[in-house]
Design a binder for this molecule. Structure first.
Ligand code: TXA
Ligand code: MG
Length: 323
């Protein structure tokens, strides 16, 4: 692997030039930052897996600047899938569809289906429309670590491993896209994300959560999105604080707590109980807590409705004990 002096900048032409040269770069999206490569350059795609320390069985999302461009790399896309793309693109929806033969198998980990999406970020859309090929881009974090929602987050994890990070400011949504597959007129949700189940139901009423096991997305591990500091998810904050008395504790909470929180550092996802703000803050606050040299991070779940379901999914995975 090459060693780079990683630069952060806002030069889209420069970003395009580096990608054309076969290197991989950090790019902003409305959800989280991606680690992007030319989808038809095998060496660059391999480099993504190596830099991320990501296992090859975990497939990558294909990003393009328009539905027309996306569909060139897929085949037999159902009417309902197109309807969903129409409704939510550009935006935080990823759809799994049959792949075109020419698309490298490395992207899909050998599967016959590819996940596609159009990110809604002005700079990255410009970049995608400038390039003669689509980009594959997983989140720009190392395997099992927190997704980055700013150029600085990407720098903190990947400095030295990539030449350039295109800085598009903090991500407006701050949480990953919703991954769906259309199966016999049913929308299966493979990863809950920035688009809520209710929003999907507005387009088509039959929406189901894909279970774990065969129907789940490959690479959807129980533990994921983790801080380096051990995280505990609890419904009873005061009791957990008492149990861990004497250790250095960080708390991630939501809304107004009527009891004082005795912790070294407390971060609130949204004092006003605004889920959109909470999603924006989730990874940002977790990065900050993780940097504070704590013994434990204690998080409390948010109400399990709408975007709250996605936030709780990430908190549960972050807190799960590997096993
Ligand atoms: O918001 C997002 O989706 C971000 C930004 C950068 O676009 N990307 C992202 O990528 O979160 P990644 O690689 O961290 O997560 C992609 C998810 C994984 O859970 C993967 O298993 C699933 O999508 N996935 C990708 N291709 C798939 C396929 N062909 N079949 C089933 N699941 C797939
Ligand atoms: Mg990821």
């Amino acid at each position: 692997m090459n060693i780079y002096h990683t630069e952060i900048g806002t030069n889209i032409d420069r970003a395009a030039e580096i990608l054309m040269g076969g290197d991989i770069i950090g790019v902003p999206t409305e959800t989280v930052y991606g680690l992007a490569a030319n989808a038809y350059n095998i060496k660059a795609i391999k480099n993504i897996f190596e830099v991320k320390l990501r296992p090859f069985y975990n497939p990558l999302i294909l990003h393009a600047g328009s539905i027309e461009q996306l569909l060139k790399h897929a085949t037999d896309v159902s009417q309902l899938a197109v309807k969903l793309l129409d409704r939510f693109s550009p935006g935080p929806l990823t759809i799994i569809v049959p792949k075109a033969d020419a698309l490298p198998d490395l992207i899909t980990s050998g599967l016959t289906d590819v996940a596609i999406r159009i990110p809604s970020h002005e700079m990255t859309l410009k970049l995608l429309r400038l390039l003669p090929y689509p980009l594959v881009a997983p989140s720009a974090n190392r395997f099992m670590r927190l997704s980055p929602t700013s150029a600085e987050h990407v720098m903190a994890q990947l400095s030295g491993s990539i030449p350039y990070i295109l800085d598009g400011g903090p991500c407006s949504l701050g949480i990953e896209s919703t991954v769906v597959r259309v199966k016999e007129d049913v929308i299966e949700v493979h990863r809950v994300g920035a688009i809520t189940i209710d929003q999907l139901k507005e387009v088509h009423p039959d929406v189901v959560l894909a279970g774990i096991g065969a129907s789940a997305s490959p690479g959807r591990l129980k533990q994921h999105y983790s801080t380096l500091t051990q995280m505990i998810l609890t419904n009873d904050l005061q009791k957990t604080l008492k149990l861990l008395k004497g250790t250095k504790i960080g708390v991630l909470t939501f809304g107004r707590q009527y009891q004082p929180i005795e912790a070294a550092l407390t971060m609130n996802l949204s004092i006003n109980e605004d889920m959109v703000e909470a999603a924006q803050n989730l990874y940002k606050h977790l990065y900050e807590l993780d940097r504070a040299n704590l013994d434990f991070i204690i998080a409390t779940p948010v109400p399990d409705i709408g975007l709250g379901q996605t936030i709780n999914d990430r908190l549960r995975r972050g807190a799960a004990i590997a096993g």
